[in-house]
Design a protein around this ligand. Sequence first.
Ligand code: PHE
Length: 339
Amino acid sequence: MTDIARLKDKFLKELKKEKSPEKRRKICKKYIEEELSSVFCSLKDLSSKERAKVGEKANEFRKFVLEQMSSAKGEAKEEKEWIDITLPGEEPELGSSHPLTKLQLRCKDIFLRMGFISVEGPELENEWYNFDALNFAKDHPVREMQDTLFVKQEKRSALPSEKKLLMRTHTSPVQVRYMEKRRPPFRIIVPGRVFRNEATDSSHEINFYQLEGLMVGEGVSVANFKAVISFFFRELFKSDVDIRLRPSFFPFTEPSFEVDVSCSLCGKKGCSVCGKTGWLEVMGAGMVHPNVLESAKVDPEKFNGFAFGLGLDRIAIIEHKVSDIRLFYSGDLRFLKQF
Ligand code: PHE
């Protein structure tokens, strides 16, 4: 038996005794660094014939030890990475709908049950749909009433109002966009985000959500409006709330109303949410102005209807007694996780 064969024998015996892959790896390392390196060192003392023979055997053995070493290393790694599949897993954190989204869906659901359909329109609107088509006079100060975020455009003042861009200040432009392409009767709601050029405070944001409503047909009356809206609020608040209409002004409705709902929190007795009045102001509304029907190519002699605009944020603030509208847009999880 050659010295190398004897060394291999010894190596295998040592290896066999060791169960732990980490220790087996150490044995291999010892053989490479100590045993084999002394064999290679002693080669210089041999005759060239012997040197070639022993050298070849030693190299073969070295290769063998290295192979053992890398398989022990692999096993050691596997051992370290072993996972207990019987342990309970880490539960992924699930997101949830935003409180305003939830409210929007509840509102939609009630109107869909009354035969309304839900449609959408662009947030980047032009001046024609946002103002002109809705009977806002060209130079009337009412355009300033809603502080508008206009979009910078080259030679803007020379452009026709169809080309002048702005962020829509209300969802009402969708009334015209919807009507001009279809024939009455219409029953639609338009939930959506709107934008105003506001200095923000606890009750003002530069963007918020509205839910527009429009019902147009033959002989639609204010009584129809009251019936629809009373049903809506009773379903929404799950309580027998009352509705009150007060005269108001919007260029796109005539007559126009502010709609108040009796406070469902105190039952009209007066509380901090309703400012001790027993009533909550929740929407603007009115009978669609004939000029708006004309802009949308609907014959005002034959058809009429009502429209309303509900402020979703305001309803959410009332329902959840939220102190600051800006919380809805802050992305603060401590706030959002409460819903
Ligand atoms: N668009 C109005 C607003 O933003 C609300 C409204 C809608 C009023 C429809 C009347 C009819 O204040």
